[in-house]
Design a binder for this molecule. Sequence first.
Ligand code: PLP
Length: 373
Amino acid sequence: MTNDEILNLRPTWLEIDLKAIQENAKKVMSYAGAKRLIAVVKANAYGHGMAAVAQALLEIGVTDFAVATVGEGVALREKLSQENVTITLLGVQDVKQTPIMVKYRLAPAVGTTAWLEEAMSQITSGQQLNVQLAVDTGMGRMGAHSEAAVKSLYDVIKSSEQLVLSGVFTHFATADDNNETYYKKQVDSFYQWVQAANIPADYWHLANSGSAIWHHNEIDTNTIRVGSVLYGYNPGTPDLPMPFELSSVLSLKSKIGSVHRLETGESVSYGATYTAEMPQWVATLPIGYADGYLRRMSGMKVLVDGHIEHVIGRVTMDQIVITLNKMYPVGTVVTLIGQDGEQKITLEDVANYAKSIPHEILTTLGPRLPRHY
Ligand SMILES: *Cc1c(COP(=O)(O)O)cnc(C)c1O
């Protein structure tokens, strides 16, 4: 058996529905009126497994992908070497890695002419670097931040034989909440600056998930650049309902590893924070905060045999203890995220309980969890 096969046997696992990801890609494109999708698969495709997700999207015709780091880009390029597959790097990159970006055909987001000048000095003649012109209209992380700055970046790219423009983009800070004023200001700046610089509309991509869902009428959505919606969850604040239904993608499950009875007055886990008030059945599951089931999840509900039970005592690195209404056999499946009979625990439920957001919950799901597709 290979190491991967052994990892896959672990009685705690993620179930990932790749068809649901394909459906969500189609749904958001059609809802936003998009012709082209840049699929954001950074952070191991938000925890779902970059290679499998990218392959599934490729099968429905998606050929444009975005990741955050050079390392992620290289890993993806090794899976998808096709000529027509583009890979954008969304974050600021270390310019010293330019030769790697050239070799693996990765298109970094670029926000300053100084970065471009230094990159050009590292590109051997006859080779080219694709770049994404980043426009900072209010996110405040990176990018050209004025009409003049956009124009001078575009001028450097246009006049260089070593540089090829792949796109021009901005990123919204408030697309997923109700701050319309800030959003509109970002939209206005983008249009004003790229139009003043004469950058053709074919290059534009603005919409992240929140914009594609709640603002598609206010911006150009020919090309959208989305992550969250692909993975089937509402990217917005809890007061913003989804205007269409997404297919759910991910479940987190574990199997009961041991069952025992607590007598009145007996406690569970570090700190002995939970004490039985009457005799009760409890079960131990082989999952803990090292898997991304956060310490804050103590007290959260889980599903056993179609009904609700709860995590008791502290979440430990590798194990948790749950209540049981009666004895269940070792090996019984417990659902921590997902559906069991009539009951459902969504990723959003888990994120709310942990006072976090779905993105953070997903990207902390550890590499020790096998992904079953
Ligand atoms: C992560 C990221 C996205 C994807 O955002 P979602 O809200 O998950 O759709 C898009 N653009 C940039 C620049 C990003 O960093």
